[in-house]
Design a protein around this ligand. Structure first.
Ligand code: GLA
Length: 367
């Protein structure tokens, strides 16, 4: 029997990729020590942007995007396999960070009169959710149109935080745009600050000191010796923290500046200039050698700009290559560090019945 014209047309239409359609492919990425399988999802956009994400830590293990000649490179640091990620001591390469990204001073806070104690995993402070943060958990994955939805249940009291928290993070690609959408709900008042800890190197190799960086911010939060904000919102004008105009990352990094010394380079939170509630430009990075440009849009109040100061050539990255200092930069959109102890900072509290709902986009182009 001859197929009907309608059937042929339907077949033809279904085989044409829709504009903006992203494909998702699942494969195996190994097993956790307790036997839990870890999956790798490859997202490919209609324009060829490719993101690979694993269910362990919700880690973005690779992001491939072309240079001005059309040659694609992987622009994030990471490891070759699951063993590499499991053995990693503290880089947080590409991971989803929670329940509270960045530092909480003295690993303690009070909320509505109740005192909470957190694990001290960074001197006297708690960093990136504690010893068993969201970056070290296996998330439940579900393919959704355009991307991948990851779900995690964090129990009441886990890593010291109150409330059963359900976090749902969706990675999706739309053309040259990688979007990360974070939501969370709780059954008890708690604090939440979720981010992604990708280490970007738009050249795909070498150091990032020549990258031109712009940060849409007039002020930053200076820190003490433990990298806890002092509470001051300090104007960037006249300091090496002024990135309001495109400036090479390395141009002032070695200057005799007390804050740069405390951070061993840049490891600070910028107070983003915001006009409304939606997505606004936070930062832009341009690698003049390859022509790759990345713009970071967010609805969050801050961004941690970190120049990989703790990479000291001892962590084995992809292809067995040792990750050197300044071989990548992080732009972690976030609430300001130590917000639970700083009444003057925009609140990071989430109450039962409320929804934590935030979005960050990484938009790629060439120049
Ligand atoms: C964040 C912190 C840094 C460092 C890295 C992970 O960016 O601000 O101090 O801990 O994470 O190594």
């Amino acid at each position: 029997m001859k197929p009907s014209f309608a059937a042929l047309t339907a077949l033809l239409i279904s085989s044409i990729p829709l504009p903006g359609a992203t494909t998702v492919k699942k494969s195996d990425f190994g097993k956790m020590p307790d036997g839990t399988p870890v999956a790798l999802y490859t997202l490919t956009s209609s324009t060829g942007l490719e993101a690979r994400i694993i269910t362990y830590g919700g880690i973005l293990v690779s992001l491939k995007t072309p240079d001005r000649k059309g040659v694609a490179a992987d622009v994030v640091l990471g490891h070759d396999d699951l063993a590499g990620y499991l053995g990693d001591k503290g880089t947080y390469f590409g991971a989803l960070i929670g329940r509270y990204a960045n530092r909480i001073g003295h690993a303690a806070f009070t909320l509505n009169g109740a005192a909470y104690k957190l694990p001290k995993n960074d001197g006297d402070n708690s960093l990136h959710g504690g010893t068993m943060g969201f970056d070290k958990r296996v998330w439940t994955a579900k393919e959704v149109p355009g991307g991948l939805e990851l779900t995690l249940l964090s129990k009441d009291g886990e890593e010291g935080y109150p409330g059963n928290l359900k976090a749902v993070v969706t990675y999706s690609l739309n053309g040259n745009n990688l979007q990360i959408h974070y939501t969370a709900t709780t059954d008890k008042a708690t604090v939440v600050n979720l981010t992604n800890h990708s280490y970007w190197n738009l050249k795909g190799d070498g150091d990032i000191l020549g990258n031109l960086l712009t940060i849409n911010s007039d002020r930053y939060t200076p820190v003490d010796a433990g990298l806890i904000p002092t509470g001051e919102l300090k104007p960037v004008a006249g300091t090496p923290f002024d990135f309001r105009k495109p400036t090479a990352v390395g141009a002032r990094i070695a200057q005799d500046d007390a804050q740069l010394k405390l951070g061993h380079g840049y490891d600070h939170n910028w107070v983003l200039n915001r006009t409304g509630k939606g997505l606004e430009l936070a930062a832009r990075v341009e690698d003049t050698a390859s022509g790759r440009v990345m713009e970071v849009y967010t609805d969050q109040p801050g961004v941690q700009f970190y120049t990989g100061n703790f990479l000291n050539g001892t962590v084995k990255g992809k292809g067995g290559k040792l990750a050197a200092i300044h071989s990548a930069l992080c732009l972690e959109t976030q609430h300001y560090p130590d917000t639970p102890n700083k009444k003057s900072f925009p609140t990071a509290e989430l109450k039962p019945g409320e929804k934590y709902d935030t979005t960050t986009e990484f938009r790629f182009s060439v120049k």
